[in-house]
Design a protein around this ligand. Structure first.
Ligand code: ZN
Length: 118
C-alpha cells in the first residue's frame, strides 16, 4: 500500500472518481522505482457527515520484487473504509450528533481512540 499526497481526482465512469497519482514513487518493500501500472480497483471512502464516495484506485507492480501495491490518496486509510478526516474528527471528539449521516460502530470508534493514545 502506497499513500500519496500528490494526486489528481479525475471523473471516471459512472461519476466514480479516479485517484490519479502524479508519480508512483518507490516500492515500499524493496525501495525500487520500477513500479509499473497493473490495473485499478473500486474503493469506497466513507465520511461521517456526508454520503460515502466511490473511487477507483490504481494498482502497480514492482518489477524488481514482484509485489503489488495499491496507491491511495492521503484522505484514505490503508485498511479501513472511513476517511482519515472521519477518524481524526472522532478521535478529537469533534463529531456532533447533528452532523452524523453514518456513524461507525462504537467498537470501531473506541479502537481509533485507543490507537491514537498509543
Ligand atoms: Zn519492490
Amino acid at each position: 500500500m502506497i499513500i500519496t499526497k500528490n494526486y489528481r481526482l479525475r471523473e471516471w465512469s459512472g461519476g466514480i472518481m479516479l485517484v490519479e497519482p502524479d508519480s508512483y514513487g518507490n516500492c515500499p518493500d524493496c525501495g525500487s522505482r520500477e513500479l509499473k501500472y497493473r490495473d485499478y480497483c473500486y474503493r469506497i471512502c466513507k465520511e461521517i457527515d456526508a454520503d460515502a464516495k466511490s473511487y477507483f484506485i490504481i494498482s502497480v507492480k514492482c518489477e524488481y520484487c514482484g509485489r503489488l501495491h495499491r496507491i491511495l490518496s492521503d484522505f484514505m486509510r490503508a485498511y479501513g473504509q472511513y476517511s482519515s478526516k472521519a477518524v481524526r474528527d472522532v478521535v478529537a471528539g469533534e463529531v456532533s450528533n447533528d452532523d452524523v449521516i453514518e456513524y461507525p460502530c462504537q467498537i470501531t470508534m473506541n479502537r481509533w481512540k485507543n490507537k491514537s493514545n498509543e
